[in-house]
Write a protein that binds this ligand. Structure first.
Ligand code: SF4
Length: 118
């Protein structure tokens, strides 16, 4: 038996998961999203990544960014290695892609803030 708090919405339902290796039973959720969340957590947990990238612009040395989708938790370290090695050399607006298709995952890194125009 495993217990999790569902983080899909602010209700934060406490989920009890019974996994016998073939079937995953989820109790305690107020809606079906809780079961989907619990099954993903038990089989292939994923997360969005929110971080910053370095830039070449002295007045804005870092830019806040996030992934535009969720990535497997097991790949977050490799994602961060790519993001931490990257230096942005063009000005971007919020929502613009900063890094495309990171590690062939289909997931992009996008700006979450506007850079000031010079
Ligand atoms: S189970 Fe449904 S209602 Fe409960 S926290 Fe998850 S999404 Fe929200």
């Amino acid at each position: 038996m495993t217990q999790l708090v569902c983080i899909v919405c602010p209700n934060g339902c406490r989920l009890t998961i019974n996994n016998d290796g073939e079937n995953i039973e989820v109790l305690g959720g107020k809606c079906p999203k809780g079961k989907a969340y619990a099954v993903t957590e038990m089989t292939n947990p994923t997360r969005s990544v929110t971080t910053t990238v370095k830039t070449v612009f002295p007045e804005a040395g870092v830019l806040p960014v996030r992934t535009n989708g969720e990535i497997p938790k097991a790949k977050i370290f490799d994602f961060m290695k790519v993001i931490n090695c990257f230096v942005l050399d063009k000005r971007v607006k919020r929502g613009e892609v900063v890094l495309q298709n990171v590690l062939d995952s289909g997931i992009d890194v996008i700006a979450t803030s506007n850079m000031l125009q010079k």
